[in-house]
Design a binder for this molecule. Structure first.
Ligand SMILES: Cc1ncc(COP(=O)(O)O)c(C=O)c1O
Length: 420
C-alpha cells in the first residue's frame, strides 16, 4: 500500500468542494410564479417587449456586458447562428474558428451555409492564435469567431485589428464568458456581435437559453428579425421579410435568467477571489502552472478555470496518469469541457454533410475543403498532454477548498514515484 489514494492510501479530500450547481432560491420561485399568474408565457404577449421578463433580461444582461442591444434566444448554438446571419454570412462564405472549442462554434457556421475553417490556438490561453487567424484569411473569409475558452478572453485587440484590416466580421463565441472583461469592457460585443449560452452548466443559466449582443443598431435589428421568423420591429405582426426561424426565448426562461443574473456579479467575485488564491498556491508547485494572466483581462468570468500541466516537472508522468491520481485524492480536476480539437469529430473526418455535401461542397465556394487533412498541432498537444481545468462551481466555496486542491496536487507530486 502506498501513500497516494490510487495506491491504497487515504484521499486528501473526502467532501464535495464549492457549491452544487445551479444555485437558486425564492427569487426564482417568485419570478416563475409571476409568469404563471400573468397568463403571458411568451414575450409576444407584451405590446412593449421591455415589459416582458425576456425583454428585461435582454436589457439587464446587455448592460452588464457593456453592450447596447441584446436579443435573447433558445440556446447558445442558435445565438451563434443568429449572430452569423445578422453578420451577413451566406452560402460559400468562410468562417474562421479555433480548433479547441465546443463543436457548436463550427456547426453554427455550417448551419447558416458557411464553411468553417479551423485554426490553431495559443498554448498559453487555449484561444485562437491571432497569427493563425491572419494566415487563414482568403478573399472568401466573411467572419471570424474567437471563442473565449473557459471564459478567458481571446486576444480581442489583435483579432479585431486583423479583422478590420481585412473587412471581416467578428462574432465572439462568449458561451463560457459571462462577466468576463477585456480592458474593463465586457466581452460579447467588442466584436461586431457575440453569442452566449445559458445552458444549465453555464455561470448564467435558465436550463437552456442564449443571447446575442451587439453595439450596432442595424445588426441588432437583423438579429431581432432572424430570431423572430423574419419580422421587423414596428411593422405589422403578419408581415415577414426574411427566411428565419423562431428562436424566441419563453417568459419562463427569461424569469429564471433574470433572477440568476442578480447573483452573477457576486458569484464572479467569489470565483475570482478563490482562483487568485489557487493560482498563488499553484505557483509554488512546479509543473502545474496557472495561465499567465494578461493585464488586459480585467475580469475573468470563467465557466471552467484552465491551467497547465508540465510533465517534465513530474518526472515525465503523463498528464492522464496525474489526473487519475489527483482525482483519486478527491480533487475535481478535468481537462476542459469539450474534448479533442473539434475537426477530429466523425462529422468532419468523414465529411458527413449529407447527400449533396452542402454547405461544404458549395458551388459558390472556390476550392476544396477536406477536414481529414486539417492539423492544428498546438491544439492537439494541449488536449492530449497539457490542459487541466476546474469547473466554476468548485470556486463558489471558501479558500479552504482551494487549499485542499493544492494539498492533493502537492501530495501527488511528492509521491510521484508511486506512479511509475
Ligand atoms: C464554446 C461554445 N459555443 C457554443 C455552445 C453552444 O451553446 P448551447 O449548448 O447553449 O447550444 C457551447 C455550449 O457549451 C460552447 O461551449
Amino acid at each position: 500500500m502506498g501513500k497516494l489514494a490510487i495506491t491504497g492510501g487515504t484521499p486528501v479530500i473526502e467532501r464535495s468542494l464549492g457549491k452544487p450547481w445551479p444555485v437558486y432560491d425564492e427569487r426564482e420561485e417568485q419570478a416563475l410564479r409571476e409568469v404563471l399568474h400573468s397568463g403571458k408565457w411568451w414575450r409576444g404577449g407584451y405590446p412593449e417587449a421591455k415589459d416582458s421578463k425576456v425583454g428585461q433580461f435582454e436589457d439587464a444582461f446587455a448592460r452588464f456586458q457593456d453592450a447596447k442591444f441584446g436579443v435573447a434566444v433558445t440556446n447558445g448554438t442558435q445565438a451563434l447562428e443568429c449572430a452569423l446571419k445578422a453578420a451577413g454570412v451566406e452560402a460559400g462564405d468562410e468562417v474562421i474558428v479555433p480548433a479547441l472549442t465546443f463543436v457548436a462554434t463550427a456547426t453554427a457556421a455550417a448551419l447558416v451555409n458557411g464553411i468553417p475553417i479551423f485554426v490553431d490556438v495559443d498554448p498559453e490561453t487555449y484561444n485562437m492564435d491571432p497569427d493563425a487567424f491572419e494566415a487563414a484569411i482568403t478573399d472568401q473569409t466573411r467572419a471570424v469567431m474567437p471563442v473565449h475558452n473557459g471564459g478567458y478572453p481571446a486576444d480581442l485587440d489583435r483579432i479585431t485589428e486583423v479583422a478590420r484590416k481585412h473587412d471581416i466580421m467578428v462574432i465572439e463565441d462568449a458561451a463560457h464568458a459571462h462577466g468576463t472583461q477585456w480592458k474593463g469592457t465586457g466581452v460579447g460585443a467588442i466584436g461586431h456581435l457575440g453569442g452566449f449560452s445559458l445552458q444549465m452548466g453555464k455561470t448564467l443559466t435558465c436550463g437552456e437559453g442564449g443571447i446575442v449582443l451587439t453595439n450596432n443598431e442595424e445588426l441588432a435589428e437583423k438579429a431581432y428579425s432572424f430570431h423572430h421568423i423574419g419580422r421587423i420591429s414596428g411593422r405589422p405582426f403578419y408581415e415577414f421579410h426574411r427566411v428565419a426561424s423562431n428562436l424566441r426565448m419563453t417568459e419562463w426562461q427569461g424569469a429564471i435568467a433574470l433572477a440568476q443574473l442578480s447573483r452573477l456579479e457576486e458569484q464572479t467575485e467569489t470565483r475570482e477571489r478563490n482562483a487568485r488564491h489557487l493560482a498563488e498556491g499553484l505557483k509554488q508547485i512546479p509543473g502545474v502552472d496557472p495561465i499567465d494572466r494578461s493585464p488586459n483581462v480585467t475580469r475573468w468570468g470563467f465557466y471552467y478555470w484552465n491551467f497547465h500541466y508540465r510533465k517534465d516537472a513530474f518526472e515525465g508522468l503523463p498528464r492522464d496518469k496525474f489526473l487519475e491520481a489527483v482525482r483519486a485524492e478527491g480533487a475535481p480536476i478535468g481537462v476542459g469541457a469539450h474534448g479533442a480539437p473539434i475537426y477530429k469529430n466523425p462529422l468532419f473526418q468523414s465529411m458527413n454533410f449529407g447527400r449533396t455535401g452542402c454547405p461544404i461542397k458549395c458551388p459558390l465556394h472556390r476550392g476544396e475543403v477536406d477536414y481529414s487533412s486539417v492539423s492544428c498541432p498546438v491544439a492537439e498537444r494541449v488536449h492530449a498532454e497539457q490542459a487541466l481545468s476546474i469547473s466554476h462551481a468548485v470556486f463558489l466555496g471558501g479558500t479552504a477548498d482551494m487549499d485542499l486542491i493544492l494539498e492533493a496536487i502537492q501530495k501527488v507530486r511528492d509521491n510521484v514515484d508511486e506512479l511509475k
